[in-house]
Design a protein around this ligand. Structure first.
Ligand SMILES: *Cc1c(COP(=O)(O)O)cnc(C)c1O
Length: 421
């Protein structure tokens, strides 16, 4: 089935009332009815809801739909995109291990993966995801994961996914791709051999800026890669915290199962059922929204490219963009989603533009139907040092737009007047 159909119907089995809308199962717990059934559920002899920190029927519809859209075997939802990234990495790497992290990623992911995770004894080594030229020589026997964004926020650069995957496979390292900005409508990392896909559902999936959420999807092939693999003993040796359970012995997709039974069980960043429901509403229109976001963004990028006060425009849909060839190679119909960034001469002029737009709101978010303008150097990337900023490509005069679904002409007029001064 095509994406649009899956997004509307997949994974929902109507209950006795046959409700058309997926119900919000706003409950903490579930009646097991008998002691035996309770024991079976805990022993995984039978699968079913236990407690909403572990699973919930509304959240399960969201999980099933995103797994189908990403062409994966299974998915798990988390309370935020940050939690999804943390769990995906923590499921693979432990103290003493290292991970390879793309330089061009979301600011929150950079602080999480280079600073916070260091305090857990995991070292991050940075690489250039544009061409992966500095990836291979940094891999050693303690490298447990390679993390990158397919279409990076806020640099709007496209990863050389095939090269990254080829190197990772040669060294038996698991790849994690953050597909938040591209969305499964434009790009499917799993079809290119990626093992794990993560999302901030707060962005395009939700689409209206109404709830925070995260998702982790695993590929069909991942089970075979993890089973019997000495690099990942946590899937092959008895888990003492789960009465000696060996994940590799189970007939289920074991990557997300271990996130559920170990990480979410213990650390607990589980989604609220109502937030899952909001993300389900968003998914229903994702395919048509992404087409519009992409078309609007291209019109605005062309306008900016012709503006005398703009030094450089980053949008992979533009023929002049350094990422255009990759957009043609990887992205469906060369759609490039709604992020456009551009460079003006100074930090002061960048701020002037932010202060004078009327339709674009100054908000640190992306993927909303309403257009957004941000100045990464003074907000999302403010916590980074000058050297780190340089590494992630965020210059003082960089302005980022998340182009929404308003009429493109109105948005262009707004930018035009804000740049007059
Ligand atoms: C926003 C974002 C995140 C973090 O997600 P939250 O839902 O805000 O926790 C991770 N990756 C990317 C690419 C993002 O844009």
């Amino acid at each position: 089935m095509k994406e649009q159909t899956l997004a509307l119907h997949h994974g929902y089995h109507k209950d006795e009332y046959k409700t058309m809308a997926v119900p919000v199962y706003q409950t903490t717990a579930y009646d097991f009815e008998t002691a035996e059934r309770a024991a079976n559920l805990f022993a995984l002899k039978e699968l079913g809801p236990i407690y909403t920190r572990l699973n919930n029927p509304t959240t399960e519809v969201l999980e099933n739909r995103i797994a189908a859209l990403e062409k994966g075997a299974a998915a798990i939802a988390t309370s935020s995109g940050q939690a999804a990234i943390f769990y995906a990495v923590a499921n693979l790497a432990e103290a003493g291990d290292n991970i390879l992290v793309a330089k061009k990623i979301y600011g929150g992911a950079t602080t999480l993966l280079t600073h916070t995770i260091k305090r857990f004894g995991i070292e991050a080594r940075l690489f250039e995801s544009d061409d992966a030229s500095d990836l291979e020589f940094q891999i050693d026997e303690k490298t447990k994961a390679i993390f990158f964004e397919s279409l990076s926020n806020p640099h709007i650069s496209i990863a050389d996914v095939d090269t990254i995957v080829e190197i990772a496979q040669r060294h038996g390292v698991i790849t994690i791709c953050d597909n938040t900005v591209a969305t499964p409508i434009i790009f499917n990392p799993i079809e290119h051999g990626v093992d794990v896909v993560v999302h901030s559902a707060s962005k395009y999936i939700n689409g209206q800026g109404t709830a925070i959420g995260g998702l982790i999807v695993e590929s069909e092939e991942l089970n075979e890669k993890l089973k019997g693999n000495e690099k990942y003993p946590q899937f092959n040796e008895p888990d003492e915290s789960y009465h000696g359970l060996v994940y590799a012995d189970l007939p289920f997709p074991i990557f997300t199962l271990r996130v559920r039974l170990s990480l979410i069980r213990d650390i607990g960043a589980a989604p609220a059922p109502f937030n899952s429901w909001l993300h389900i509403q968003g998914l229903e229109t994702l395919a048509i929204r992404i087409k519009e976001h992409s078309a609007n963004a291209l019109k605005i990028a062309r306008f900016l490219e012709s503006h005398p006060k703009v030094k450089k425009v980053n949008y992979p849909g533009l023929e002049s963009d350094t990422n255009h060839e990759k957009a043609k190679k990887y992205f469906k119909d060369t759609m490039a989603s709604g992020l456009v960034s551009f460079e003006v001469e100074s930090l002061e002029f960048a701020k002037h533009i932010l202060d004078n737009t009327k339709l674009f709101s100054v908000v640190v978010n992306i993927g909303d139907s309403k257009s957004i303008i941000t100045h990464p150097a003074s907000t999302t990337h403010q916590q980074l040092s000058a050297e780190e900023l340089e590494k992630t490509g965020v210059t003082p005069g960089l302005v980022r737009l998340s182009v929404g679904l308003e009429a493109a002409d109105d948005l262009i007029e707004d930018l035009e007047q804000a740049m007059e001064s």
